[in-house]
Design a protein around this ligand. Structure first.
Ligand SMILES: [Zn+2]
Length: 475
């Protein structure tokens, strides 16, 4: 790799409310290495096995059970075996729902009703964050970097104590308190943080607080070429504050909060744009650290799941390929599609509209789940076309059912379509319930099927019963 792009290529594993089975990670890490990744940015969120008075953060959880200490050791060991650097990510200010939702820390919310952001003026806030950092660092003693999050702190300056203080000072005071603690107590660790909250803070204030001495920013941007825009002034401002810089792109979880299949075209374009940007602006900095390819599981702790990891492996492969080869063309597509076992007409850069052809067999870990999710998207399209068809609206609408004003000729034809649809749902649900446990734990599977499949099936059953009761009235 050209030094201008930095030596690091981290794959972001977002475990929030969605831990991935260790056996699956074991199959993925060698591929990550083969595809040119150098490390992992691991966001444990509520899956880390916190202990003592923090135990509740990683257990007693609606969405998932936390990893065990042994799981953590195993994951770190597997990363080491594959030469992958591990960078843990722990939120320390905003996106703190996974902590502030618990009763014992409700008093640390900046806004009483919202669990999103910590109140930085309460001294217990810093103590809590420090305890969390210490527990993670102690369980991962070999780490060299730690990411303290600090993006999207939606609520600052709302409580009585914070209100008189300007927002940028509230932000920098808290972040610097965390960074100074790390410097004093873990001097060999290099902290990293998301850059977005600093985008609107004046250069003079950033200089006054001296934040550049403590942290390396990770500048994130997930848009494709047509909307990719990081202003020139921002690069100049950061270059006056920071010697080293990181970038963050996205290979999934950035095109829609309830996206099911990744839009590879979008993510490939995002990486192309980053290549051009780094070429232009990387020279402002003494040291370019590299890129983290983010793969978001949810937009936040309370958001539904977006693209599952197995279905985004092709997107990750393409994005790494684009980054490593500094470009994107037909040969990239062919090379990646062949490596993953795709027949030519089944590798789609734009997964919608549906239906689309589905590969009968592929060759990467988790491909059976990918095939099932592709099938799901074809079936959801078919389902919608039947349930929302003109035939239903014309001969089996709710007024007609209520008034028993129906024609069996139409209802019989609809019932055949409903039955066929139901049989296909049976097949798909059985298929997914069989293969999803290869990667996911029960809680994730229940949530995902309960969100994407069950409501449609309940809906289909209800309309089928209405149709059957109409038929009975004539028999
Ligand atoms: Zn406050």
């Amino acid at each position: 790799m050209d030094a201008a792009y930095g030596p690091n290529r981290l794959i972001h594993l977002d475990f929030k409310g969605c831990p991935i089975k260790v056996n699956y990670l074991e199959k993925l890490f060698p591929l990550f290495k083969e595809w040119g990744a150098t490390g992992l940015l691991i966001e444990w969120e509520d899956t880390f096995p916190y202990s003592g008075n923090l135990t509740v953060i990683g257990s007693n959880n609606t969405l998932c059970n936390a990893y065990s200490e042994k799981d953590i050791e195993k994951i770190i060991g597997l990363a080491n075996e594959n030469g992958l650097l591990v960078v843990p990510l722990i939120q320390t200010f905003g996106h703190f729902e996974f902590v502030l939702k618990h009763d014992q820390w409700k008093n640390l919310r900046e806004i009483n009703n919202y669990p999103s952001s910590l109140c930085p003026s309460n001294p217990d806030s810093l103590n809590l964050v420090i305890s969390m950092l210490d527990q993670v660092i102690n369980m991962m003693p070999s780490i060299r970097y730690i990411h303290i999050g600090a993006d999207e702190v939606w609520h600052m300056g709302y409580c009585e104590k914070c209100n008189p203080i300007p927002k940028e000072k509230l932000f920098l005071n808290h972040v610097l308190a965390v960074l100074k603690y790390l410097k004093q107590n873990h001097p060999n660790l290099q902290p990293i943080m998301w850059d977005d909250m600093m985008r609107v803070i004046n250069l003079d204030i950033l200089k006054e607080f001296g934040i550049g001495d403590f942290v390396q920013p990770m500048i994130w941007h997930y848009q494709p070429a047509e909307s990719f825009c990081i202003p020139e002034e921002l690069w100049i401002k950061y270059s006056e504050i920071f010697k080293s810089v990181w970038f963050a792109s996205a290979f999934k979880g950035a095109t829609g909060s309830c996206q099911v299949l990744p839009v590879i075209r979008h993510h490939a374009s995002n990486h192309q744009s980053w290549l051009a940007t780094v070429e232009k602006h990387g020279c402002h900095f003494q040291n370019v650290q590299g890129i983290a390819l983010t793969g978001w599981s949810r937009y936040d702790h309370y958001a539904t799941l977006c693209e599952l990891l197995p279905v985004a492996i092709p997107s990750l492969a393409v994005c790494l390929h684009v980054w490593n080869n500094k470009g994107f063309d037909e040969t990239v597509v062919k090379c990646v599609a062949n490596a993953l076992g795709y027949p030519e007409d089944c590798f789609s850069f734009a997964p919608y509209p549906r239906p689309q052809p589905i590969a009968p067999e592929l060759s990467y870990p988790g491909w059976k789940i990918s095939v099932g999710i592709e099938w799901l998207e074809n079936l959801r399209f078919k389902h919608k076309n039947i349930i929302e068809s003109d035939q239903v609206a014309t001969w089996l609408n709710s007024w007609q059912i209520k008034n028993n004003f129906t024609n069996p000729m139409q209802i019989e034809s609809l019932l055949r379509a409903f039955n066929d649809l139901n049989l296909e749902w049976d097949s798909l649900e059985n298929y997914l319930r069989h293969y999803l446990p290869e990667v996911f734990y029960d809680t994730t599977i229940k949530e995902w099927i309960g969100t994407l499949i069950e409501p449609l099936r309940i809906n289909l059953n209800a309309i089928s019963e209405d149709a059957q009761s109409q038929i009975k009235k004539y028999s």
